[in-house]
Design a protein around this ligand. Structure first.
Ligand code: SF4
Length: 340
């Protein structure tokens, strides 16, 4: 089986180049060709000798993902559908913000965490995405949208729980951050988790990266109901791990809180949340629930959303209301996975 160069970190490409008898600087050239110039064939690596290309070609290939469909939302968001070789759909969403773009990428087909409010998790996990399938979502969107400067923010918040596919997620971040490749700053990358505490701790030790915790409840009773994973990693332990997470300087942890009508959207929940997160440098993103076919849960009333926010503001929290992007094309938070 051929080695997919898009699965390799810079250090691994350097080792491969050495194995093939190439000078060390060739690794840098290969990385530039595949990630900056988006070449698809070994023969396009024109500053590498023909013999070396032949040797490379005999053992390695350059994978890519091609969008099968692009849905465009009324708010300008775009949902890209890519097909894997074994016939599964990967969904990736590019959102237009005021001054920048945010690209939401997937790490799994389906999701093992099975949050009660989430469409993606309804069928459980089908399989992990490979490192190259994660990296190729970014490469493909940059190429399709002709983005060469001002890279988007990257959020690992699409289909799947990134930390349940830990090895491939971390490896893909290392590849995306490599200065000879796409050169994403660690400040631009946010990994979201439902709260896999051991992997959170490991991530904090291994990579400087922003962390978002999908919290959605101020106590174990509600969180057990919404997110079964809470039975394994309860709220208090999760918050303790969040306090200890080493962030890039001047960054705060983000807590995601999906507001669901009559479940977790009352002022008393906001007060309990404020108490739970007191003294943590954080931002709380309030996300009114996006309704979908897999659940009878409902979006909250506007009045409840504003009251919830007011309680948090009165306790000096930063708590923006995140109006979902792309809900008209099933691209909003918790809606991905129709095309699996
Ligand atoms: S919300 Fe995230 S972690 Fe929960 S089931 Fe959906 S994709 Fe998985």
């Amino acid at each position: 089986m051929q080695i997919d160069l898009k699965n390799l970190t810079f250090e691994e490409i350097t080792a491969l180049a050495k194995q093939l008898g190439l000078e060390p600087f060739r690794a840098r050239q290969i990385y530039q060709w595949i990630f900056q110039k988006h070449v698809r064939e070994m023969d396009q690596l024109t500053n590498i000798s023909k013999g070396a290309r032949q040797r490379l070609k005999s053992i390695a290939c350059i994978s890519r993902l091609l969008p099968q469909r692009i849905d465009i939302s009324g708010d300008g968001s775009k949902k890209f559908l890519f097909m894997t070789k074994d016939g599964y759909g990967i969904e990736t969403v590019l959102m237009q913000e005021q001054n920048h773009q945010t690209l939401c990428i997937s790490t799994q087909i389906g999701c093992p965490v099975r949050c009660r409010f989430c469409f993606t998790g309804r069928r459980g996990l089908i399989r992990n995405l490979s490192t190259s399938e994660i990296v190729n979502q970014v490469s493909a969107v940059l190429q399709e949208e002709n983005i060469t400067s001002k890279l988007p923010n990257l959020v690992f918040m699409g289909m799947g729980e990134p930390l349940a596919n830990y090895t491939n997620t971390v490896k893909s971040i290392r590849i995306l951050q490599c200065p000879w490749g796409l050169d994403f700053s660690h400040r631009k990358i946010t990994v979201s988790t439902a709260g896999l505490i051991p992997q959170m701790k490991r991530l904090g030790q291994e990579l400087p990266v922003n962390l978002a915790i999908s919290l959605n409840a101020p106590n174990d009773r509600i969180r057990n109901y919404l997110m079964p994973i809470n039975k394994k990693f309860p709220v208090r332990e999760l918050i303790k791990a969040a306090r200890q997470f080493p962030l890039p300087s001047r960054k705060r942890i983000t807590f995601e809180y999906i507001l669901i009508k009559n479940v977790n959207d009352a002022p008393e929940h906001a007060r309990a949340l404020g108490k739970l997160l007191s003294n943590i440098p954080c931002k709380i993103n309030l996300i009114p629930f996006n309704e979908h076919a897999a659940t009878a849960m409902q979006k909250p009333d506007e009045k409840a959303v504003l009251e919830f926010q007011a309680v948090l503001h009165s306790r000096h929290f930063t708590a923006p209301i995140r109006r979902s992007k792309g809900s008209d094309i099933a691209a909003a938070c918790g809606q991905l996975g129709k095309n699996i």
